[in-house]
Design a protein around this ligand. Structure first.
Ligand SMILES: *[C@@H]1O[C@H](CO)[C@@H](O)[C@H](O)[C@H]1NC(C)=O
Length: 410
């Protein structure tokens, strides 16, 4: 081929390439790439470039007592995926993310329902290795032990609207009206709401089975990957407590976005007409054994009493009667609670923090409003400005690792 012809051919090739790119860009602009529309082939991902590996870990064999099966089945295993930043790992230790123990699963740490960048990508951008796991009985950790993991539907649409995505419309607690960071109306019919509501799946009612299985699998994961930070959301906060109890040397720090493991009780809904609570978590922060000092073999040996008034602004806690038994393992792990002022958690997160202080821990507790991050609800990590909150978590990790940096706690 003459050099002139070759040159012409190459020029032609580049012009075609350019046109194809331009047409893709135009299409991308024309196509609505918000929310589920981002599934369109012409929409580019907003997540960070990474590699992904997955494994199932933990679990045990059981025979003949798991539903209709009479043979041997492997139960209680957990799905874990490892995301590695494509540009290389630049942080010394990884972060494990724990979703609420049901309702929504580990993909909630990926892109948001309106298709913005999620927490996982923020940490990948900073060079962290990120681990996502589905707790037993949900998502890809669907349980073979069908007998011991009965399921109930996840949060109802009413709970989602009033409690999570549009509390300002129901005004069931004093600061609900300040909530303004959910993308869209937060009500059914809105596309982002529909995308989020679709992610809510069944949850097991057997918390004892769940905790027993997850504490084993979690420490096994930590043994494999070495010391790591754990970031848990809401109901998922029981997990870092159990891992801190069982393998404290492997938990470098526990970050809890609105911890829902309120000691000894589960508050009745969000409706101020039904103030009050059900007893749960007999071991204080969990439904299964914690290693108290002096030890207890039966949690009934823990002497407890209600503390404070039960009001809409601030719920009554159940704490130990002094002198309180301690939880030295749990107390040895640095702990951060993050509470948004416009979330219902502002009315009850003090109970977790006060209990941790009683058992000998030195929890740090940030209110997002005090950091200038306002208007968030329970699902702060999916809301507008979610990455500002991710940055707060990163800065706490840096401070915990190196002993210096920002501190906004009380
Ligand atoms: C956030 O809520 C806490 C607890 O009620 C309160 O002490 C703090 O002042 C609030 N922050 C702002 C900026 O309102």
């Amino acid at each position: 081929m003459a050099p002139r012809t070759r040159c012409l051919l190459w020029s032609f090739f580049f012009v075609v390439l350019l046109l194809v790119n331009i047409s893709f860009a135009i299409e991308e602009r024309q196509a609505q790439c918000d929310g589920v529309n981002a599934l369109s082939p012409s929409c580019q991902s907003r997540e960070s470039l990474h590699y992904r590996d997955f494994f199932y870990i933990g679990g045990r064999y059981t025979k003949g007592d798991s539903g209709p099966t009479t043979g041997t089945v492997l139960v209680d295993q957990v799905y874990v995926e490892k995301l590695t930043p494509a540009l290389g790992v630049r942080q010394p230790r990884p972060v494990i993310f724990v979703h609420p123990g049901g309702r929504i699963t580990s993909p909630s740490w990926l892109n948001t329902p309106d298709n913005r960048k999620g927490f996982a990508s923020f940490f990948l951008d900073l060079g962290y290795q990120v681990y996502l796991l589905d707790t037993q009985a949900v998502g890809r950790s669907s349980e073979n032990d069908v007998k011991n993991f009965p399921l109930t539907p996840g949060s109802t649409i009413e709970e989602v609207e009033r409690g999570y995505t549009a509390p300002e419309t129901a005004n069931l607690y004093p600061t609900a009206k300040d909530h303004d960071k959910w993308p869209g109306t937060g009500l059914r019919g809105d596309p982002t709401f529909e995308a989020f509501a679709g992610s809510i799946i069944p949850v097991t009612t057997n918390n004892i089975a769940l905790e027993t299985a997850l504490r084993a699998a979690g420490c096994q994961l930590l043994q494999i990957i070495g010391p790591a930070f754990v970031v848990a959301h809401s109901f998922g906060s029981f997990a870092p407590i159990l891992w801190s109890n069982d393998c404290p040397h492997l938990v470098l720090g526990s970050v809890n976005l609105e911890p829902a493991n309120t000691p000894f009780q589960l508050f009745v809904g969000l409706d101020p007409a039904t103030l009050g609570s059900f007893p749960t978590r007999p071991w204080g922060l969990t439904n299964t054994r914690l290693d108290y000092v002096p030890p207890v073999s039966d949690p009934k040996e823990l002497a407890t009493a209600p503390v404070g008034e039960e009001t809409r602004e601030r719920r009554r806690c159940i704490l130990q009667v002094e002198p309180a038994r301690k939880l030295p393992n749990v107390a040895s792990v640095p702990y951060l609670a993050l509470t948004s002022n416009a979330s219902v958690h502002v009315t009850w997160d003090h109970c977790v923090v006060e209990y941790l202080r009683q058992v000998g821990a030195s929890p740090e507790w940030y209110f997002l409003d005090d950091l200038g991050i306002t208007g968030h609800g329970l699902f702060m990590h999916l809301e507008l400005g979610n990455l500002e909150i991710a940055k707060v978590v990163h800065e706490w990790i840096v401070k915990t690792l190196y002993g210096f940096g920002v501190s906004a706690g009380r």
